[in-house]
Design a protein around this ligand. Structure first.
Ligand code: GTP
Ligand code: MG
Length: 668
C-alpha cells in the first residue's frame, strides 16, 4: 500500500455550494413573488412565468444534488467515525459515545459559508411508516413460510424485530391488530408520534458548535427519545474541507444491535461515491467491517473510477504507545517515543495487510476476471494513521490534515468543471427570468371586480370561451372513461392463471390474503407465489392507460386547448407530465389500498365457506368479486383525471378573465 499520488489540480472557478446558495436565493425570490400575488389582487405578476422559473429551479436543484460527491465513513460502532468527522471539520459538532452505539441516523454534512450552521432533521412520513408496516407483514409471512429444513436468515429476523419495535412505538397496540388482520384501517398513530410525523421536518439554525451538538443529541443520537422517527439529518455550515462539493456521510456503526440502523448504513455505503473504512487502532479491523466491505463494495465500487481509486483505510485512536503495547511489541522501556511509534505503526500496517488479504479473497469468486484489478485496488488503498482526539484536544495535526486535503481534492477531481460551468450558466439564465418577472410584470391595476372591469362584449366572449373549454373537458373525460373501460376489461388471463393453481395453494394464499400482500404501490403489490394476480394484471392495464392511452388522448386535447386559449403548450405539457410522474404513483397506491380493503370481506367469506378439495370455487367467487371492484377502479381513475383536468381548466379560465380585466383596466 502506498499513499496515492494525485497530480495537483487547481480548484474550480465555480463552486457547487455557490450554486446551491444562488438557487436557494432564487427560490426565496420566487416564493416572495407568489406570496405577493396571492396576498394582493391588484399586483399583477406573470404567474405562468413564475411557474416556469419554479420548474427550472426544480431541475437545477436535482442537477446540483447529482453533482455532489458522497464520501461515506464505514466502520463499527465506537470506531471513532463521528469524532473523525469533527476532527476533519475542526469543530466538535457530532456527538460521540464512549460505550454502545452513538450515531443513530445517517447524517450528511456539506459546505455552506456563513455564520450559522443549519441542521435539518427529516422525520419519517406517514406513507413510509405504512409501507414499513406492510413490509413487516410480508417479512413475517415469508418467515412463516420458510420450509423447516432451511435455516432462517438471522439478519432478517433482527430487521423484523427492529422494525416491529419501531412501528410499535408509532402505532401502539393497534400494530398488533394490523398484524393479525392485515387491515390498514385498524392502524392508529400514537398522538406524539403523529404530531412529529405531521411536522415532517425541523430546521434548527445555530451559531455555535455546542448548539449543533445539542440538537444532534436530541435527534440523531442513540439516546434521542424521538430518534426512532428521524430518517436523516442534513447539516450545512462553513466547512472549508467540503468546499469543493463533497458531502460527508457519518453513519451508524455496522455492528449496531439495531438492525434498522445497520441497514440504513449499508444502504448509504452502497449509494456512496467514495468509501473510507474507519477502524480503531486498539481493536483493529473487525469482522463486521470486513464483511460489510465484502458485501457492499461491489464491482461497481471497485472498478468505477469515481469510487474505487478513492478507497481509504483510516486507522484512528493512534496516540502515544502504551506500555503494555510496547511490551507486546518487544520494545524496551527506554525506547524513545518516536521509535515506539515507528515500530507500532509498522505492526499496525502489517496486521491490516493480513486482514485485507482476507477481505479480498471472496472478490475473486464474485468478480471473476475483474477480481485481479479489484484486488489490486483494495490492496493498494492508502492507509491513514490518525488521532482525532489529539487533533481536537491538542490542536495537533495528528494525521488529520491529509484527510481534509483529500476531501478538497476529491471534490476538485470528481465534480466535472464543464458540468459546473453549464450549471452556473443555467443558474444565470433563471436569475435573468426572475429579475424580469420582478421588474417588468408587476403592473398595478386599478382595484375593480374582475367582471366589472370587462366590457360586456368581451365578457360574453369569455363566457363562450369558458363554455367551449368545459365542453372540451367533458369530451376528454368521456374518452378517458372509454379508454379505462378498454384497459381494464380483460380478465381471461387472470382467470386461467388462477385456475392453473392447485386448490391447496389457492386456499393457503387466500387464507393469508396473499393475493394482495406487498408493500407500497402496485409495482410491489404482488405476491411472488401468485405472480399473475389481479394487480399484476391490472399493472399492465395501468401502464397501458397512463403511458399509452392517456397521452394518445391528451396530445390532440392539448393542441385544441392551446389553440383555444393561446396558453403556451409548454405549461400544459408540463402539467400533463407532472400529473403522470407525481400523481400516478400516489394514485395507484391509494386505489390499490382501497381495493385491497374492500376485497378483504370477500376473502373472509370465501375462505370460511370453502372446503379444501373444492378450492376452485374460490376462483369463481374471486373473479366475480373483482368484476365489481374493477368498475370501482375504473371510476376512480376517471374521477381522478376529471378532478385534475378541472383544476387545469379552471386555472385557464381564471387566467383568461384576469387577462381581460387587466386589459380593460389598462385601457380605461
Ligand atoms: N483515544 C481516542 N479515542 C477516540 C478517538 N476518536 C474517538 N474516540 C473515542 O471513541 C469513542 C467512540 O467514538 P465515536 O466517534 O462516537 O465513534 P463512532 O464510530 O461514531 O461510533 P457510532 O456512532 O456508535 O457508530 C468515544 O468515546 C470517542 O471519544 C481518538 O482518536 N482517540
Ligand atoms: Mg458516530
Amino acid at each position: 500500500m502506498h499513499p496515492d499520488e494525485q497530480p495537483e489540480q487547481p480548484e474550480h472557478h465555480v463552486h457547487l455550494w455557490a450554486l446551491d446558495v444562488a438557487v436557494a436565493d432564487l427560490r426565496d425570490r420566487l416564493d416572495a413573488l407568489e406570496n405577493a400575488a396571492a396576498d394582493a389582487d391588484d399586483i399583477d405578476i406573470d404567474l405562468d412565468a413564475v411557474d416556469e422559473a419554479g420548474a427550472l429551479l426544480d431541475e437545477l436543484e436535482d442537477a446540483l444534488e447529482g453533482q455532489q460527491v458522497r464520501v461515506a465513513l464505514l466502520g463499527d460502532t465506537n470506531a471513532g467515525k463521528s469524532t473523525l468527522v469533527n476532527a476533519v471539520l475542526g469543530q466538535r459538532l457530532l456527538p460521540s459515545s464512549s460505550s454502545g452505539p452513538g450515531t443513530a441516523v445517517v447524517s450528511t454534512l456539506r459546505h455552506r459559508p456563513g455564520p450559522t450552521i443549519t441542521v435539518e432533521i427529516l422525520f419519517a412520513t406517514g406513507a413510509n411508516l405504512r409501507r414499513a408496516c406492510q413490509e413487516l407483514l410480508d417479512q413475517l409471512a415469508a418467515l412463516r413460510d420458510q420450509p423447516d429444513d432451511i435455516d432462517i436468515d438471522l439478519d432478517i429476523l433482527d430487521l423484523v424485530d427492529a422494525s416491529r419495535r419501531r412501528l410499535g412505538r408509532v402505532f401502539g397496540a393497534t400494530l398488533r391488530d394490523y398484524l393479525a388482520t392485515g387491515r390498514v384501517s385498524v392502524l392508529h398513530e400514537v398522538p406524539e408520534a403523529a404530531a412529529i410525523v405531521a411536522e415532517g421536518r425541523r430546521v434548527v439554525d445555530s451559531t455555535s458548535a455546542d448548539d449543533v451538538h445539542r440538537t444532534l443529541l436530541a435527534h440523531a443520537d442513540a439516546s434521542a427519545a424521538i430518534g426512532y422517527l428521524v430518517e436523516r439529518v442534513d447539516i450545512a455550515g462553513d466547512f472549508p474541507a467540503l468546499r469543493t462539493g463533497v458531502t460527508l456521510l457519518d453513519l451508524p456503526g455496522l455492528n449496531d444491535p439495531d438492525a434498522r440502523r445497520t441497514a440504513a448504513a449499508r444502504q448509504a455505503i452502497a449509494d456512496a461515491d467514495v468509501v473510507w473504512v474507519v477502524y480503531p487502532l486498539d481493536t483493529g479491523l473487525g469482522t463486521s467491517t470486513i464483511r460489510a466491505v465484502q458485501s457492499t463494495l461491489t464491482a461497481h465500487h471497485l472498478l468505477l473510477d469515481r469510487r474505487a481509486t478513492r478507497l481509504r483505510f483510516v486507522c484512528t485512536k493512534n496516540e502515544g504507545v502504551a506500555d503494555d503495547t510496547a511490551h507486546r511489541l518487544g520494545l524496551l522501556p527506554e525506547t524513545s517515543d518516536t521509535e515506539r511509534r515507528a515500530v507500532r505503526d509498522a505492526a499496525t500496517l502489517e496486521e491490516l495487510t493480513g486482514k485485507v488479504d482476507l477481505l479480498v479473497r471472496p472478490l475473486g469468486r464474485r468478480l471473476g476476471d475483474l477480481a485481479v484489478e479489484a484486488t489490486r485496488i483494495v490492496r493498494e488503498a492508502p492507509v491513514h494513521l490518525v488521532s482525532a482526539h489529539d487533533s481536537l484536544r491538542h490542536d495537533a495535526d495528528a494525521g488529520i490534515s491529509p484527510l481534509a486535503e483529500e476531501l478538497v481534492a476529491i471534490g476538485t477531481q470528481l465534480v466535472p468543471a464543464d458540468a459546473l460551468q453549464a450549471l452556473g450558466d443555467a443558474v444565470d439564465r433563471v436569475a435573468a427570468i426572475v429579475s424580469a418577472i420582478e421588474r417588468g410584470d408587476t403592473i398595478e391595476t386599478t382595484a375593480h371586480d374582475t367582471a366589472d372591469a370587462i366590457e360586456p362584449g368581451a365578457l360574453a366572449q369569455l363566457r363562450s370561451f369558458a363554455a367551449d373549454l368545459r365542453g372540451l373537458t367533458a369530451a376528454f373525460v368521456d374518452q378517458t372513461s372509454a379508454a379505462a373501460h378498454h384497459s381494464f376489461a380483460d380478465d381471461a388471463r387472470l382467470r386461467s392463471s388462477w385456475e392453473s393453481l392447485s386448490p391447496i395453494v389457492l386456499h393457503s394464499i387466500a387464507l393469508r390474503r396473499g393475493f394482495f400482500t406487498g408493500s407500497g404501490g402496485a409495482h410491489y403489490d404482488c405476491n411472488a407465489d401468485i405472480g399473475q394476480s389481479f394487480f399484476v394484471m391490472a399493472q399492465h392495464a395501468w401502464v397501458q392507460y397512463f403511458r399509452v392511452d392517456l397521452p394518445a388522448i391528451m396530445t390532440p386535447m392539448l393542441e385544441e386547448l392551446t389553440s383555444l386559449t393561446g396558453a403556451r403548450p409548454v405549461m400544459l405539457y408540463r402539467e400533463a407530465q407532472r400529473f403522470a410522474r407525481e400523481v400516478e404513483p400516489d394514485l395507484l397506491a391509494a386505489i390499490v389500498e382501497t381495493v385491497r380493503e374492500r376485497l378483504v370481506p370477500h376473502y373472509d367469506r370465501l375462505v370460511n365457506g370453502v372446503e379444501l378439495p373444492s378450492g376452485h370455487a374460490l376462483v369463481d367467487g374471486l373473479v366475480g368479486a373483482i368484476d365489481t371492484e374493477r368498475d370501482m377502479l375504473r371510476s376512480a381513475v376517471v374521477e381522478c383525471v376529471r378532478t385534475w383536468l378541472a383544476g387545469v381548466v379552471d386555472d385557464l379560465i381564471a387566467a383568461a378573465y384576469a387577462d381581460a380585466s387587466r386589459f380593460a383596466s389598462r385601457s380605461t
